[in-house]
Design a protein around this ligand. Structure first.
Ligand SMILES: Cc1ncc(COP(=O)(O)O)c(C=O)c1O
Length: 376
């Protein structure tokens, strides 16, 4: 019988939602909750051409225009099929079986996923729950002693929403000159903090961005990788030649014309996030300090039931109980004022089954369940 590589047989299955999200208030996957700027859809209606279906895509013009938008040279940028594709590409180009990835925990699972597909092992360093979920740079540096092949830092991080300060990023880049450091800025539009210009200063730095979040184009699959021209050249060499389809490429160029609207949406989300956090504080619920478009909230042991009861009212939030370190935590995407009012109406009656807990104390259960560093 035909069998895959043994490590594929051992790989845990990942189940993305296949259906059932339509028509609901989707506060579960950190997407833009009102959709992409209407101008992108009308652009498509006006200009969609049969050639976009029948001919292979050409990227030259899109690459030039988008590179100018991001303030880099075209040779310093790759357009990818979402950041997921960019992460896989990094693994394709750099990871040999047995190589080590260093990443904090909890974080976006896809780094470890593609690294495992390539046969690598992952060293995880847990966020310092005692210090308000600050990344412990000392611990990260200690693992660097094992000469990892690459390091993945989501900034802001998913699912915590926390931001790594630039001074810590600089320290890590300097401490690991032979390690590729991916700083994934998928939520940059909400945090406003970027180190993209540093690709010219640090030869080991790769930065990623996506149009899946603030731009509202998750279904089109548009991601971007940035690195110095030499590193980007290696990445390009192994990239699927037509990874991004013609409709997505045309929409990427159109999307940046609506940049103002996107920034306006991000501003609203930031204000609504702060209001949501104030309400959580009033309710006595603990949450992680977020710089993104979502908040990780501790609701206690009945988290899965709370998520189910919200779902029954047409509101989807992400229950993190599948991760034993995050049992009792819900990740809630922040939307418009009206959407947050709707959430509040459904949320308040559930308060009696939620467990209050403040700041430091609330993170303690995570510490107990979380080993300091784990080799997978
Ligand atoms: C940190 C982070 N990076 C990347 C992605 C995925 O981006 P894309 O849709 O461009 O593949 C996500 C999606 O949730 C994310 O949270």
């Amino acid at each position: 019988m035909l069998r895959p590589r043994p490590l594929i047989e051992r790989l845990p299955k990942y189940y993305p939602p296949e259906e059932g999200r339509a028509g609901k208030l989707r506060l579960d996957f950190n997407e833009n909750t009102v959709g992409c700027p209407a101008g992108i859809v009308s652009f498509l209606r006006r200009t969609l051409r049969p050639e976009w279906f029948s001919l292979y895509p050409e990227y030259g013009r899109a690459r030039r225009i988008l590179a100018r938008y991001f303030g880099v040279a075209p040779e310093e940028m790759l357009i990818t099929n979402g950041v997921d594709d960019a992460i896989k590409l990094i693994c394709d180009v750099f990871v040999e079986p047995g190589d080590v990835l260093v990443t904090p925990t909890p974080t976006f699972a896809i780094y470890q996923f593609f690294h495992a597909v390539a046969g690598g092992r992952t060293a995880v360093v847990r966020y310092d729950y005692d210090a308000g979920l600050r990344l412990d740079v000392g611990k990260m540096r200690a693992v660097l002693g094992r000469r990892p092949r690459w390091m993945a830092l989501a900034n802001p991080n998913n699912p915590t929403g926390t931001l790594i300060p630039k001074s810590d990023l600089r320290a890590l880049l300097l401490a690991a000159p032979d390690t590729l450091v991916l700083v994934d800025e998928a939520y940059f539009d909400f945090s406003g903090q970027t180190i993209l210009p540093w690709i010219r200063r640090y030869p080991n730095l790769v930065v990623s961005r996506t149009f899946s979040k603030a731009f509202g184009l998750a279904g089109l699959r548009l991601g971007f990788l940035f690195a110095n021209a030499r590193l980007a050249g290696w990445l390009r060499r192994a990239h699927a030649v037509y990874a991004v389809n013609s409709v997505a490429a045309a929409c990427a160029v159109e999307a940046i014309r609506h940049d103002k609207e996107v920034r306006q949406y991000a501003r609203q989300v930031r204000a609504n996030r702060e209001a949501f956090c104030r309400t959580l504080t009033e309710m006595g619920l603990a949450y992680a300090p977020s710089a993104a478009n979502f908040v990780l909230v501790r609701v206690g042991a009945r988290g899965p039931e709370i998520a189910r009861r919200l779902r029954a009212q047409g509101i989807l939030v992400r229950d993190w109980s599948h991760d034993r370190r995050l049992r009792g935590y819900l990740r809630v995407t922040v939307g418009t004022e009206a959407q947050m009012r709707r959430l509040a109406r459904a949320w308040k009656p559930l308060l009696p089954v939620m467990e209050p807990g403040k700041g430091r104390a609330a993170w303690m259960d995570l510490i107990r369940h979380s080993p300091p560093a784990v080799w997978v």
